[in-house]
Design a protein around this ligand. Structure first.
Ligand SMILES: *Cc1c(COP(=O)(O)O)cnc(C)c1O
Length: 931
């Protein structure tokens, strides 16, 4: 093949790969063939003369593809994901083109140096202690390396630990044979560890003690300590402990914080195998699972599992690279080079001499996705697994058998193993889905892993439909043919009388009965109380001084980091910005107006196209208001009765009535992830008995809304705290609403022209009353100062039309307030709106240009809106990061000083912050009441 032909065939191959990926869903996920199928299709001998490319490729489709299991198939839910992405494929292509073998620095310097740098990047992203990184300081002993598999990482670590321990023993017993010393060494892992640990110990000829995990399938410190003590009494020498973060069977986590000190005391090398779950540690919300990592001697994770990088790419870090290389160095002359002492020679870090240029693909992936893009990918998988878990839990024939924290759900049909075996083999044989089993607590479970690169909600729904349909069919068959054979294998059900009794039952009765049996595993594994709502709220960090906190709210269409600002869209579109741009800005949730959407396009049309997400092409979360506020604010003619809000349609002048039921009906059709109750809104400047009436009516309307709500499994209904500016009424309102079973709360009736002093007091009071473990949504707030103060007061969610509306008038938001780009002074200003902003507008356009087009050209509206939304989202991100880092108070000071350089802070803000222990005026004052 010459270059010209390669150019053509290369292009064809790219087209073939794209075609393959795009039409993958149409193929069977696993092949339907017998072993040896290929033997009949391919000649016995290699061809003597070269063949035409076309003939070779045509055999790919007819002979190879029929025998391929499609790991990238949307219905593939077996094992773990097999990383794959276009930038990664391109990286491997380039590596093949370069075709270098980088065993030493001199053999291909970039190959070595990029590997070191990328491993430092990834190590930092994961949050490994500094000692694991090679550039952490001038003379770090640590560093990372790529191996071809996790099994190899474990083997290499075990070999290094073995060499290290023998060396230590030699000092004390200089005349004892190595073989005798070797016979004393013992390694440890849990029963849940990957089989590669056993394999490594076998290869290394060392003893391995496999320890029992606790009921959560986590290896505990005390178990290890006891085993070590026993072994030492027998004269054995502990030298290696392999702990697992994210076990292969069910993604359980060994207790590193307990194991670490025990291993350290015993003088054993602690290896941490996090082949799958380690990738998730790039998200702050999962880092807690790494607690105790500082005790590790080495750590590995596989980006080729869960970080969009193609096999092979297994990354490993050691605290002391010399301990690793000492076990592997043999240095013939032809491999030595003049920089040997300065440069890393990766051939000493593992078993093979030759190595591919693997760092390229990981580098491409990290740069092309960015940390944020990779975090989104991980979070999407975790969210979809949670979604699947909810579907399983909602079906009482099934049970979930693991603590679902990442992308894996282990489940089974309640009943005996045989039933589950049958179910799985029927599903796999159908070619509709592919899953594999595991054994948890001695029972057969089915593993469902979210694998596809761009896995979607619809894939999860499809998978569940296939599984539950097969289960229905199977359970029906069983009840006809074999009902007398079904027995419970559960220990608690071993009660003979019970089993005998079971023999004569109909299957439905049996299932009822099994429901009543205590399943010990189930009890232990559902520890984090699963919310009954399609919303989970996990507090990640709580400010020590103020009421601010940083949390992760998981909704059906995306995870949301809070505190969050939600931009407001009207007719299902945000004015002046398109959904793609919002997604690029990492907006995780936006608002839609029920009132406008209810009129146009109308609930019927929305219902028929599967809701607003589909209709507007917005794959992330939506929140809709009840529509009531619009009427009161837009229409003079609105009249409120117990039944609902009566008004004249501004569209055709007809009389309409918006009842709580109608509001929910429309919101159910729209399909937003969070929907709001219809509340009785009174202007915040009104006082007297009308406020009390509205407060009580709001509770009554909440009950009607809850009753009318048709989709509680996919939409969260939030109540709204009312009560005007009267602390007593607000307290009563919050109390009434909290008696209802809801996933979160809104604080309403503020931001409507009341004094700011009354505003903050009502917010402060409301957040004191509402629970801290559910999201609190402050409606209609969006000025930067208000956002910062109200975060300090403990609010988690905000919305406001202001940032997008002001953009349409030519005003851009910056840290010091607003720039009115219409002003003449910007006509010659060639800076971007904000030098620190990385939005697409600031990267490309000057103030002078925007000055020229603002309010005249529609494109200006888009450009400034993009910036303003970016500003709001960045402000919230900075708030979140400072809360996470414990520097929120400092953040407030910096923010206020930039916004009010003359220190003319608004009095209300000063008072509000003082109420949460932050004194803007006297900063020497103790800011932390806890310490
Ligand atoms: C997948 C897995 C392994 C094996 O990975 P390879 O790279 O195929 O060797 C080892 N340990 C754990 C925890 C795994 O999940």
């Amino acid at each position: 093949m010459d270059s010209e032909e390669f150019r053509q065939r290369g292009r064809e191959m790219v087209d073939y790969i794209i075609e393959y990926m795009e039409t993958l869903g149409e193929r069977r996920v696993t092949p339907s063939i017998e072993p040896g199928y290929l033997r009949e299709l391919i000649p016995k001998n290699a061809p003597n003369k070269g063949e035409k490319w076309k003939e070779i490729m045509s055999d790919v489709e007819t002979k190879i593809m029929p025998g391929v299991a499609h790991w990238q198939h949307p219905r593939f839910h077996a094992y773990f994901p097999s990383g794959n992405s276009f930038p990664s494929i391109l990286g491997d292509m380039l590596s093949d083109g370069i075709g270098a073998i980088g065993f030493s620095w001199a053999a291909s310097p970039a190959c070595t140096e990029l590997e070191t740098i990328v491993l430092d990047w990834l190590g930092q992203m994961i949050g490994l202690p500094q000692e694991f990184l090679s550039f952490s300081d001038g003379n770090s002993k640590g560093g990372g390396v790529m191996q071809s598999s996790a099994s190899e990482c474990v083997l290499v670590s075990l070999l290094a630990a073995r060499a290290q321990k023998i060396k230590e023993l030699k000092v004390v017993h200089p005349f004892t044979e190595d073989g005798v010393l070797l016979s004393k060494l013992v390694a440890y892992c849990s029963r849940e560890a990957h089989s590669c640990v056993e394999k490594a110990a076998m290869i290394a000829f060392t003893k391995l003690r496999i320890l029992e995990a606790d009921e959560d399938l986590s290896l505990r410190g005390a178990t290890l300590a006891k085993a070590i003590e026993e072994d030492r009494a027998l004269g054995l020498v502990p030298f290696f402990v392999s702990a697992t973060l994210g076990t292969t069977s069910c993604v359980s986590f060994d207790n590193l914080a307990e194991i670490g000190p025990v291993a350290k005391e015993a003088g054993a090398w602690l290896h941490v195998d996090a082949a799958y779950a380690g990738n998730a540690f790039i998200c702050p919300e999962f880092k807690y699972l790494m607690e105790g990592i500082e005790y590790a001697t080495s750590f590995n994770t596989n980006p080729n599992k869960w970080l969009l990088t193609n096999f092979d790419c297994s990354t490993m870090w050691v605290k002391d690279r010399f301990k690793l290389t000492q076990a592997m160095v043999v240095d013939p002359l032809y491999l030595q080079h003049s920089h040997s002492d300065k440069a890393i020679d990766y051939r000493h870090w593992g078993i093979p001499l030759s190595r591919r240029f693997r760092a390229l693909k990981l580098w491409f992936v990290i740069r092309n996705y960015g940390v944020e893009g990779l975090q989104n990918y991980i979070r999407q998988h975790c969210r979809l697994a949670k979604r699947f878990e909810l579907l399983v839990k909602a079906d009482e024939r099934f049970e979930v058998c693991n603590n679902v924290r990442m992308g894996l759900v282990c489940f089974r049909v309640k009943g005996e193993d045989q039933l589950n075996r049958k179910l799985l083999s029927k599903i796999n044989a159908s070619g509709k889905l592919h899953m594999v089993p595991a054994c948890i607590h001695g029972r057969f479970v089915i593993r469902f892993c979210v694998c596809a690169q761009d896995a979607k909600d619809s894939d999860i729904e499809y998978a569940w439909k296939v599984i539950s349909d097969f289960a229905t069919e199977l359970l029906d068959d069983e009840s006809v043919d074999e009902k007398s054979q079904i027995k419970l294998t559960n220990e608690e059900a071993n009660d003979e009388e019970f089993v005998q009794h079971v023999g004569n039952l109909e299957i439905s009765e049996l299932i009822d009965l099994m429901e009543k049996v205590q399943f010990p595993m189930q009890k232990n594994h559902s520890k984090p109380a699963m919310s009954r709502h399609p919303l989970t709220f996990q507090v990640l960090a709580q400010c020590k001084t103020t009421k601010a906190k940083c949390s992760l709210m998981t909704l059906p269409h995306h995870v949301v980091e809070t505190p969050v600002f939600m931009p407001v869209g009207t007719q299902g579109s945000l004015k002046g910005i398109i959904p793609e741009q919002l997604e690029q800005l990492n907006c995780q949730i936006m608002l839609g107006n029920t009132y406008h959407l209810g009129n146009r396009p109308g609930p019927d049309l929305l219902e028929s196209c599967g809701g607003l997400h589909n209709f507007m092409g917005w794959p992330r979360n939506l929140l809709t208001d009840s529509g009531g506020f619009q009427m009161v604010s837009l229409l003079d003619l609105a009249e409120i009765t117990e039944e609902g809000v009566k008004f004249k349609s501004p569209y055709d002048g007809s009389e309409c009535l918006l009842t709580p039921e109608r509001s929910i009906e429309i919101q159910n059709a729209i399909g937003a992830d969070i929907i709001m109750q219809l509340d009785d809104v009174v202007s915040s400047t009104v006082s007297g008995p009308r406020v009390e009436e509205a407060m009580h009516r709001t509770t009554r309307w909440l009950d009607r809304c809850l009753k009318a709500h048709k989709r509680p499994e996919s939409q969260n209904l939030f109540p709204i705290v009312q009560g005007g500016l009267d602390p007593k009424l607000r307290t009563e309102s919050a109390k009434q609403l909290m008696e209802r079973e809801v996933a979160g709360f809104a604080v309403g009736g503020l931001s409507g022209g009341e004094g700011k002093d009354q505003f903050w007091r009502m917010v402060h009071l409301s957040t004191d009353l509402l629970p801290n473990d559910k999201p609190r949504y402050l409606m209609g707030v969006g000025f930067a100062t208000d956002l910062v103060v109200c975060c300090a007061l403990g609010c988690d969610m905000f919305d406001c039309v202001f940032p997008t509306r002001t953009a349409r008038f030519g005003c851009a938001l910056v840290d010091s307030g607003q720039l009115n780009l219409k002003l003449k002074l910007f006509g010659q200003d060639f800076r971007p709106i904000d030098e620190k902003c990385d939005c697409s507008t600031c990267r490309r356009y000057t103030r002078a240009y925007l000055h020229t087009v603002a309010t005249i050209e529609t494109v200006a509206c888009n450009l400034i809106t993009v910036h303003n939304v970016a500003y709001q989202l960045r402000l919230m991100r900075n708030i979140r990061e400072s809360i996470m880092n414990g520097t929120f108070v400092e953040f407030i000071f910096n923010f206020m000083d930039t916004m009010y350089p003359k220190k003319d802070f608004p009095v209300w803000a000063t008072d509000a912050l003082r109420a949460v222990n932050v004194d803007l005026i006297d900063r020497t004052k103790e800011q932390n009441p806890d310490s």
